[in-house]
Design a protein around this ligand. Structure first.
Ligand SMILES: [Zn+2]
Ligand SMILES: [Zn+2]
Length: 238
């Protein structure tokens, strides 16, 4: 307990209620409402495979989206299935200046998937950048906060290797192909010589278009392999 905890009491990242003195993280009911990704999960994006949604493919299993679209990343780990409770955490982190929610997510990711992440033997954590204009408005990049929270716990350095080169239009209305074309031009990577493995960190994974574009930029700048770390994976289809 520090002085800061008294000035800024800890809040539940789902319902935003103040947590009892000395407690942090989500309150028991909200923790229950969060749906953590369980196995089997997609060997591509890390999305949980529901019964009937998985297909054998070279002895491994992939979700329908990863079977349909070619992926340049080598695999992924995801923490939460995107449900109403997860939506609240992400909305707080992204739009309501609840930066401390990143710490909750990084702690849960480390607790539940830390060993698996360390087994990947990655050299760096690379946050997916937001566009400069959005960063200015928001004051921070949520993916970077997540990467820093993970770095502190897993002792993997954060490197901001990617930059966003164009302000992409709102992606929500676009289909996968249009989204991919739109995202294609959106990222470039600094010189990545000597980096064998990078973990690309983002808050939400939906169609995979952003992750794919970031991965291609990193690979063409010299990174050997890219794996994804996503706090939530969406079920929305394009
Ligand atoms: Zn709560
Ligand atoms: Zn997948």
């Amino acid at each position: 307990m520090t002085l800061l905890d008294l000035i800024y009491p800890r809040r539940c990242p789902v319902c935003n209620e103040v947590r009892p003195f000395g407690e942090s993280g989500a309150c028991p009911a909200c923790l229950e409402a969060l749906s953590f990704v369980s196995q089997p999960a997609c060997m591509g994006c890390g999305k949980e495979l529901k019964g009937g949604g998985s297909y054998p493919f070279g002895g491994e299993e992939y979700c329908p989206d990863c079977l349909r679209h070619k992926r340049s990343f080598s695999g992924g780990i995801a923490l939460l299935n995107y449900n109403e409770a997860a939506r609240k955490v992400m909305a707080g982190l992204k739009y309501k200046n609840r930066r401390e929610y990143a710490d909750f997510l990084a702690a849960e990711m480390t607790k539940r998937r830390g060993r698996q992440i360390l087994r990947l033997g990655a050299d760096v954590l690379v946050p997916v950048p937001v566009h400069k204009k959005r960063r200015r408005e928001r004051g921070y990049n949520q993916a970077e906060l997540l990467a820093k929270g993970l770095s502190k716990r897993l002792s993997i350095p954060v490197r901001r290797l990617l930059i966003r080169t164009e302000n992409t239009q709102a992606q929500k209305e676009l289909g996968y192909e249009a989204r991919q074309r739109n995202e294609e031009r959106a990222f470039s990577a600094a010189d990545c010589e000597g980096i064998r493995r990078a973990l690309l960190v983002d808050d939400i994974y939906t169609t995979g278009a952003t992750a794919e574009s970031c991965t291609r930029a990193l690979l063409s700048a010299g990174v050997g392999q890219v794996f994804l770390l996503n706090m939530a994976v969406g079920v929305r289809r394009d």
